[in-house]
Design a protein around this ligand. Structure first.
Ligand SMILES: [Zn+2]
Length: 314
């Protein structure tokens, strides 16, 4: 159940606001971010009822002002169910994915597995939306179902959306692209989880369908998680310490996504990165002269320290 901490009414204006909302039936049992369901606090002392709305006044709650919460209620985490569709021979570290911590979403374990029972039904061995959809459950645990597969999907996209808040991510061609730049395969899934969660919140707790006119992605590659990546190879730029570009931050903020949450996500996205070894090799490739200078200084320093220690103990 989503809950919104109300805190102490600080003024008569807050009380009037509650009564107005109560009269219009707002807050009488909704449980998502658009409906307001007020928190039943563990330290509640006073309970009053206004119409059908139950409002609790925690005595010492550390909360935001009521009018601010009514305007921008705190969001609960988006619950995501992950599933593997068909055989995935790639080395995907499921532990890394399941243990990922985010203030935006949570993954509901375990990762389900579904078998592909049909052959491809489009050119170039692609699976149509209908074909993929029939392999996925309609009912699932969570707000969004994201199926991960390796078969090519319609129009050779790497991700497609289906009715019922379901989506499919395909590693077809993506494995090779990621491997070519030493990017862990899990990074693609993590990025999609952030995108799907933001889209879910932005569109009123639903994933828009493919034919809907949406604008959450931008064609230009900005190392942002909302890069369209129409040219698939560009995906590498948003899978190593990606971010939310300023335009996307502005859009999300205007869609009533909390600034605080966006800032937290910006920090979390820095954790989507290459391993240390490949970060070092990238540094060497990018700054060969600096690497030479640093390694020369290090070699001289080691030599000096060694001779100093030798003089000390002889
Ligand atoms: Zn962006």
């Amino acid at each position: 159940m989503a809950a919104y901490n109300i805190g102490i009414c600080k003024s008569w204006a807050d009380v009037v606001t509650i009564i107005i909302f109560s009269l219009f039936g707002i807050g009488s049992g909704g449980h998502n971010n658009t409906g307001l369901k007020f928190l039943i606090s563990t330290n509640q002392i006073n309970q009053q009822t206004y119409g059908q709305t139950q409002v609790y006044f925690p005595a010492f709650a550390n909360t935001r002002p009521l009018h601010a919460i009514l305007k921008h209620p705190a969001m609960s985490k988006v619950k995501i169910k992950l599933a593997f569709l068909g055989h995935l021979p790639h080395r995907i570290d499921t532990t890394k994915i399941l243990s990922w911590k985010s203030d935006l979403f949570e993954i509901i374990p375990p990762i389900d597995r579904y078998t592909i029972t049909e052959d491809s039904d489009l050119n170039n061995w692609q699976y149509s939306d209908d074909n993929i959809e029939q392999h996925l459950p309609v009912q699932f645990d969570g707000d969004i179902l994201i199926a991960v597969t390796r078969v090519p999907i319609e129009e050779n996209y790497y991700a497609r959306r289906y009715p019922g808040n379901r989506a499919c991510l395909s590693y077809h061609e993506m494995t090779e692209i990621l491997n070519s730049d030493n990017i862990p395969l899990e990074n693609l899934i993590l990025r999609i989880l952030y995108v799907a969660s933001f889209v879910f919140r932005r569109y009123g707790n639903r994933i828009p369908l493919m034919h809907e006119d949406t604008n959450f992605s931008h064609d230009e590659t900005r190392e942002c998680i909302f890069d369209m990546n129409g040219i698939k190879t560009d995906v590498i730029y948003s899978l190593n310490r990606p971010h939310l570009c300023s335009a996307c931050v502005e859009t999300l903020t205007s869609c009533r996504i909390e600034k605080n949450l966006i800032e937290k996500v910006q920090k979390e996205l820095k954790g989507i990165k290459k391993g240390l070894y490949y970060e070092i090799t990238d540094f060497i490739k990018r700054y060969p002269v600096w690497t030479l200078v640093i390694s020369s200084i290090a070699a001289i320093a080691i030599g000096l320290i060694t001779s100093f220690l030798y003089d000390l103990i002889k």
